[in-house]
Every structure is written in C-alpha cells, then in structure tokens.
Design a protein around this ligand. Structure first.
Ligand code: ARG
Length: 592
C-alpha cells in the first residue's frame, strides 16, 4: 500500500521548482504540463507568464531549462516554438516508476487525502412496475461512481430510493383484498440472490395484477371509492393494509434483484430504503418548513417559492411539499431523506443519480433544504443528471409499437449478441464457458456504452456497435486483456521482471507513460464523478497495448531480459485494465 508519485507529478514539480528559481517574482506559477507527441511532456506555462511579466517567452523558457536538475528523471529538455518546453524522460525513470506501481496491490493509486462520507442515491426502480432503460442508466452510472469513490477511500453509503409508496397502492391492495388468490406468494425476507425465472415470474404476476386492478379502477366507480379509502388506511398504518403492501414490495424486490443479478451488480437489501422509509418524518418535515417560514400555505397546499423559477405563464412554480388534501408527495420524501442522510448518516456529500428530466425537482429540493438549514456550507448536494437513451432513430428508446422497452429484454438481447461474438472467436472454450463469457461480454458492453459518454449526454442504444470488436467498446478492452493473459500463460518459465537498465522502444515508452497515468485518471474521475474518464483511459491503454504488441515481440524478444521486461509491461497492462474495468463494474475474463 504505497502510493507512487506519477512521472507527470514528478516532472511537474521539477519544472515548477525551476520556474520559481529562475523567476522568483513569478510566485508559484503553473508550468501547465501535458503529455505531448513531440516529446514525452510539454510545458506551456512560460507563454502566459512571459505575457504577464512582459518578457520574452523563449528567454524565460531558457532560464527555466538552466535551473532544471534531474538527470535521473529528465533526459532531455529543450525550448521549442514560441517558448514551450519539450521534455523527454529517461527510460530508466519510466520502468522504475512502473515497477513501484507493480509492487503495489493498488497499482500505486493513493487514497484521497481527506476522504468524506458520501450518500449516493441510485438504482431506484418503482414497485410493481417494469424497469426500463432509465433505471439502467442510474444503476450503471451509480455503481461505477460507488466503486471509483470507494477505491479512493471515501466512505460511501448507498441508498436505493425505490418508488414504494403512493396512491397507486390503494388500488392494488384493494384489488388483492377482493381477489386474495391472486398473489399467494410468500416472499418473506427479500432475497439478494434470485433466479431469473423467479424474477420474471414475479414481474409477470405484478403486471397482471396491475392491469386487472387498473381496469377495475377505471370502470367501476364503487371500486374506485374503495381503493381511495384504502390509500387512507395505508397512510394511517392499518396493519392488514400494510401487510398486503409489503407483499407487493417483496414481490417487486424479487424482480429487482433478478435484474441486478443479471446486471452483475451487488445491491444489498439493507441499502434499499424506499420512499416509504421516510414516512415517519414527513409530518415533522412539513412542520419545520412551515414554522421557519421556508414554506407557506397557498390554496391549502404547503409550498416553497423561488424567485427564479416560473412557469410558462410567468407565475412562480412552487415546490409542493404537502397537497391541499393533506397528502405528501415526492418532495416531502426527498426533503426528509436529506434530513436523514445528513443528520443521521453523517453525509458531507449527497449524490443523486437521476434522469435529467428531474433536474428542476432537485434544484428546488436542494434550495429548500439550504433555506431550512438541513444542507449547510459543509455539505454538497448534487444531482448527477443523466441524459436520455435514444433509439437508432434518435428518439427516446421505444419498441416498434411505441412502448417502453423492458430492460430485461434489452439485456437478454445484448447477452445473445455477445455470445455469438464470443462463439465466433472461441478457440478452446466449452459451450458453458461461451454462455458465461456471453454474459460478461454482453453486460459489459451495455455498461461500457452507457459509461463511455459523459452521463449528462443522451446516447444511442446501438447493440451492433456495443458488441463490436473494433473501436471504443468493452469487448475490445476485454480482448486486449485476454490476449495478454494468454501470452503470460504461454511464457512458461519466463517471468515478468522490470529491467530499468534496458532501452525502450517508442511503443514501450508510450504504453509505459500511459500506464503511469492510471492514478491521476482515477483521482480525476472521482473528483468529477466521471466514469467516462476511466473508459477513455482504458480504451487508450488497450490501443497503446495493441501498437506495442504489433511492434515489439514479447516472447521472441532479443534477450531474456527484454522478454522479462516486456512480460512485465504486459502484466502491468493486464492488471491496470482489470482494475479499471472493475471500477466500472465490468469483468475481464482470463480467456475469450
Ligand atoms: N423512482 C424514481 C424514478 O423511477 C427515481 C428516484 C430518484 N431518487 C430520489 N431520491 N428522488 O423515476
């Protein structure tokens, strides 16, 4: 567990030191170091600085060069163009640094200096309803953010804010009371491990009940009345009503868990705290808001107003915390959840992985919580708003008949396609292995496609592209990983050993320098909640590896030391690909 300073960080420090030695009047100026094709790194900071000091950038850069002293790391530094610094590292520094990474389980990735407590709200489907692509996005992005944050040492508390409360339950429960044989399933404690069949059966039960009760509700006025009274019983905590409500929740959880299993995602029952979990707080939340004047009564409803939020008619659009009939809505629950997450769970950061179409809701909820003092200066609340999943036609993803696509169908199709890709390539895989890999490749493809565009953007759901072996896909990365594993198996007696004394070929240098940037990539992805930074990094890593593999024979290298050194690069690449993909919730099988 030793964090390894990256070469970029070391060079940055050296150039910054040289800058302040050459130009003490400049204070701590940023050398603006970046990777470059011309040399290993380029520093552009002298340009802005010269402008500020009204000097000549090339002269200034030359002075900085005179102050650099790090022969063991920097092999060459020269002034170029209008006043850039081109910096070339020694091969030895590259291999030595990589060897330090390889010696560490965490590949030298440091823990955050001041980790905090983040409560993340993600993977929140609704009881008695099918999951759709929106729920997929929340689950996939949320899970990746959880893994990335935990890897940096953050304490992460997961909250699956499932939609398990609301007036629709009156109708469902009343129907069940009148047709008791319809749901005799005794789910008991929610199981985290569920078979696909059980999940499907649960959902089809719920669908049938939903349709039947809806039909009755729409056609039979007396049933409608009974259903409405049932809502009141539910809210009053009537035991029989609650027991039936619990059945719906349990049956739904069987379905949810089966989907999460298919998604190869660990969701724990203790973290499923749905809307109903905040029931006991709602009255008090409203009382506190009203007493403090944050919320006011308007036509009987308890509302919070905002100067800058108006409807199309120019009238203010309030956040309604309590309806005029006394019912509490989505907002009251979210405000209570904030009180719980900050007050009881000790969160300093609240994240919500929720569709961008709910952005106004969260803006109003956060602002209300600030006014009420539940969110203070020390706490951040942020919605990681994600865009819409589009079909090939560029419109929100629907079936031909215009219906919402069932998530399960989509995943099954991805798995099928992936299995055929695997089968085509399979050399020594059994049928059982092909099925297993098909799952890992198919689910990986879906996750990767979702994560590789920045969350806020819409993306097209295109299975052909997702499972393609070429281009920016998880399959490409999984193949690169499996190929390395196969080389390592074939190496026989030869072991991966770093040899800093060897000269590196250009493709080895490029691969090595990129391997060294893993820690910074993880830190950036964590700071910005941006899993797409990890996907971009991994794709580039796999591409650089491919070039290396084409240009540098590994097992047939010239000397035994070179074989070992190249195996070392292979091994570190495989480990970095594996770790990076694990942060995204994607498997990297040993063979494909
Ligand atoms: N269940 C909601 C939906 O399906 C998402 C819940 C988001 N989380 C929250 N705290 N409001 O749209």
């Amino acid at each position: 567990m030793a964090s390894v300073p990256s070469l970029a960080a070391t060079v940055h420090q050296r150039v910054a030191d040289a800058l302040s030695a050459a130009l003490p009047e400049a204070g701590a100026a940023d050398p603006l170091l970046r990777r470059s094709d011309r040399a290993d790194f380029q520093a552009n900071g002298m340009l802005a600085l010269a402008k500020k000091l009204k000097g000549n950038p090339r002269e200034l850069a030359q002075k900085v060069v005179g102050e650099i002293s790090a022969p063991e790391v920097i092999k060459d530094i020269e002034v170029s163009g209008p006043g850039f610094l081109n910096i070339t590292l020694s091969d030895e520094a590259i291999v030595t640094t990589l060897a330090a990474r390889a010696a560490d389980d965490r590949l030298g990735v440091p823990y955050a200096e001041r980790p905090g407590t983040t409560v993340i709200d993600y993977a929140q489907p609704n009881v008695a309803k099918e999951m759709h692509v929106g729920h997929l996005r929340s689950a996939v992005i949320g899970d990746a953010v959880v893994q990335i944050l935990e890897f940096t040492g953050e304490k992460v508390i997961r909250r699956h804010h499932i939609g398990d409360w609301g007036t629709q339950f009156g109708m469902l429960i009343q129907y069940l009371i009148e047709h008791p044989q319809e749901l005799d399933h005794q789910a008991g404690a929610a199981p985290e491990e569920v078979s696909q069949q059980a999940g499907e059966a649960a959902m089809s039960n719920l669908n049938r009940l939903y349709k039947a009760s809806r039909a009755l509700f729409d056609s039979d006025e007396e049933f409608k009345d009974r259903a409405r009274r049932r809502v009141v019983d539910l809210q009053a905590g009537d035991a029989e009503t609650l027991a039936l409500w619990q059945k719906f929740v349990d049956e739904s959880k069987i379905y949810f868990y089966s989907v999460f299993n298919k998604l190869d995602m660990e969701i724990h029952d203790a973290d499923v705290v749905g809307e109903s979990g905040y029931n006991d707080m709602l009255t008090e939340t409203c009382r506190l808001l009203e007493e403090s004047g944050v919320a006011v009564r308007s036509n009987g409803a308890l509302c919070v107003f905002f100067d800058d939020i108006k409807g199309p008619d120019g009238n203010p659009t309030p956040l309604i915390v309590q309806k005029s009939d006394g019912g509490f809505g989505y907002a009251a629950t979210d405000l209570s959840a904030i009180r719980d997450r900050v007050g009881n769970l000790g969160a300093d950061t609240l994240l919500y992985v929720v569709d961008a179409r709910q952005s106004l809701h969260f803006k109003m909820v956060f602002e209300t919580a600030r006014r009420a003092g539940w969110l203070t200066d020390g706490t951040t609340a942020q919605q990681l708003a994600f865009g819409t999943v589009l079909g090939a036609d560029g419109k929100p993803f629907k079936t031909r008949a215009g219906e919402t696509v069932r998530l399960v169908d989509l995943l099954d199709e991805a798995i099928d396609r992936a299995a055929s890709v695997v089968r085509e390539k399979a050399q020594d895989l059994t049928e059982a292995e092909i099925t297993e890999r098909g799952g890992q490749v198919g689910i990986g493809a879906v996750k990767y496609a979702d994560l590789s565009t920045s969350a806020s953007r819409d993306y097209k759901f295109d299975l052909d592209q997702m499972v393609s072996l070429h281009g920016d896909t998880s399959v490409y990365i999984q193949y690169a990983h499996a190929r390395i594993k196969s080389i390592l198996r074939k190496a026989g007696e030869a072991r991966p050993v770093a040899h800093p004394e060897l000269a590196l070929a250009p493709a080895e240098r490029a691969l090595g320098l990129h391997l060294d940037q893993f820690a910074e990539t993880v830190a950036d992805a964590a700071a910005e909640y941006a899993p797409h930074k990890v996907t971009a990094y991994l794709y580039q890593l796999a591409s650089l590896y491919t070039t290396f593999y084409d240009q540098c024979p590994v097992l047939k290298a010239e000397t035994p030391e070179q074989v070992e050194n190249r195996l070392f690069l292979c091994d570190l690449t495989a480990r970095t690909l594996h770790q990076g993909m694990a942060l995204l919730g994607i498997r990297t099988p040993e063979r494909l």
